[in-house]
Design a protein around this ligand. Structure first.
Ligand SMILES: [Zn+2]
Length: 347
C-alpha cells in the first residue's frame, strides 16, 4: 500500500482560499493536490482527475472556476490534480512533465519505482481509499481538434459518462499503463480529451462537462435523448521505427527519411481516401513505420502505402490524434487509425 506523502489534502476549500487567478491556485496547491468536495448526498463519491499532463490546463481551469463559484456537488467529489510542479515550471503550462520524467499517464502499472511511478501509485491509492463510483480524467490534445472520450471497453455506463462531455468515443485497450485502463471493481473510468490545450472552446467544454458530472444525480444512466456516440473501435497506432527521421513540410525534405504535410492534422477524425497524399518517403513503409494490430500482427501495409515516394493511406481510413510535432511522433506515435466506418482494421 502506498504512503500518501506527496499530496496536499483540502476539504471543501473556501472560494477565496484558492487564489485570485490560476497561477495563484497552482501555487496554493504547491504540488499534487487532493480536494475533497462534500456533496448534497455525502454517501456517494465520484472522482475527477486532471493535469496528469502539466501542459493540458482545461480541466484545471474548470476546477478552479467551479471552486470559485462556491457551488456544491450532488455527491462527494474527490478531485486529484497531479502534475502541478510540471505546470508551474516556467513557462506556465508548457511542460507535459518535468524534464527527463516519464509520462505520468504511462505509469499506472508496476514498477512504481521512480518519482512518476510513486505519484501514479499514490493516485491509485487515493482512488482505492475513496472508492468512487466513477472516474473522469480530463486531458487536452496538443494540437487543435475536436473533443473525444476514450475508454477500455464499451457499455451503457461508459457511454453515459462520456456523453456528459462529448459525442465521440474511442474504445481502446492498448495496455499502455494509462489511468483509464484501470476499470477494476466495476468502476467506470474514462478519459476525456476536451480539445486543444490552447482553445477557449476546450476550456468551456471542460467546465460544462464538469458541471454535469458534479451536479447530476446519476451519471451512469444514459441520457433520455440518445444522440448516439460516434464509435471508433480498437485503433491501430502508426509509430516510427528506431532512428527514422521525420519532419513536416510542404515539399519533400531530402535530409529526412519521412516528410509529412504540415496540415495532416486537418484530417483529425475525418475520413481519408486511399488517394489522399499524406507526405513523402524514400524507402519502403515497413522499414520506416511500425504498427501492430490486436492480434500482434504487423499492420503497416494496411495503414499506409508508398508509391513513387508518395505516402498514401493503404485504404479509406479515419485518422485521429494526429500530431505535427516530430518529438511526440517519435516518443508516442504519428496517429491512430480505424477503418472509415469506425471499425478496427483487421486482416
Ligand atoms: Zn494528456
Amino acid at each position: 500500500m502506498a504512503a500518501l506523502r506527496r499530496f496536499k489534502f483540502v476539504r471543501d476549500p473556501d472560494p477565496e482560499e484558492v487564489g485570485e487567478n490560476i497561477e495563484q491556485f497552482l501555487h496554493w496547491l504547491d504540488g499534487p493536490g487532493c480536494l475533497l468536495l462534500t456533496g448534497e448526498d455525502s454517501s456517494r463519491t465520484r472522482a475527477l482527475v486532471t493535469l496528469l499532463h502539466g501542459n493540458e490546463p482545461s480541466g484545471l481551469f474548470a476546477l478552479y472556476r467551479w471552486l470559485r463559484s462556491g457551488r456544491r456537488p450532488a455527491v462527494n467529489v474527490v478531485c486529484i490534480v497531479a502534475s502541478v510542479a510540471a505546470a508551474l515550471e516556467p513557462p506556465l503550462f508548457e511542460h507535459r512533465m518535468l524534464p527527463r520524467a516519464r509520462d505520468l499517464n504511462r505509469c499506472f502499472r508496476p514498477p512504481f519505482d521512480d518519482a512518476q511511478g510513486e505519484l501514479a501509485e499514490e493516485i491509485l491509492e487515493l482512488l482505492r481509499l475513496h472508492h468512487p463510483e466513477t472516474v473522469v480524467d480530463i486531458h487536452n490534445t496538443s494540437g487543435s481538434g475536436p473533443s473525444f472520450g476514450v475508454c477500455c471497453h464499451m457499455d451503457r455506463q461508459h457511454d453515459a459518462l462520456v456523453s456528459l462531455f462529448t459525442q465521440r468515443l474511442i474504445v481502446s485497450d492498448l495496455g499502455l499503463g494509462a489511468l483509464m485502463e484501470l476499470s477494476e471493481q466495476q468502476r467506470p473510468t474514462v478519459t476525456v480529451e476536451v480539445g486543444g490545450r490552447l482553445d477557449e472552446e476546450a476550456h468551456e467544454l471542460a467546465f460544462e462537462g464538469m458541471c454535469r458530472y458534479f451536479e447530476s444525480e446519476d451519471v451512469l444512466r444514459p441520457a433520455q435523448t440518445d444522440w448516439g456516440l460516434e464509435l471508433l473501435r480498437d485503433p491501430i497506432r502508426l509509430e516510427l521505427r528506431e532512428n527514422v527521421t521525420l519532419t513536416y513540410a510542404e515539399a519533400p525534405c531530402d535530409n529526412y527519411d519521412i516528410t509529412l504535410l504540415p496540415d495532416i492534422e486537418h484530417h483529425n477524425f475525418g475520413g481519408v481516401g486511399d488517394d489522399t497524399l499524406l507526405g513523402w518517403a524514400g524507402s519502403e513503409a515497413t522499414r520506416l513505420f511500425r504498427a501492430q494490430d490486436a492480434g500482434g500482427h504487423c499492420a503497416v501495409s494496411r495503414l499506409v502505402r508508398i508509391e513513387d515516394g508518395n505516402i498514401y493511406p493503404a485504404q479509406p481510413l479515419k485518422l485521429f490524434m494526429i500530431t505535427t510535432n516530430a518529438l511526440i511522433a517519435h516518443a508516442d506515435c504519428l496517429f491512430y487509425a480505424v477503418r472509415d466506418d469506425g471499425s478496427t482494421i483487421c486482416h
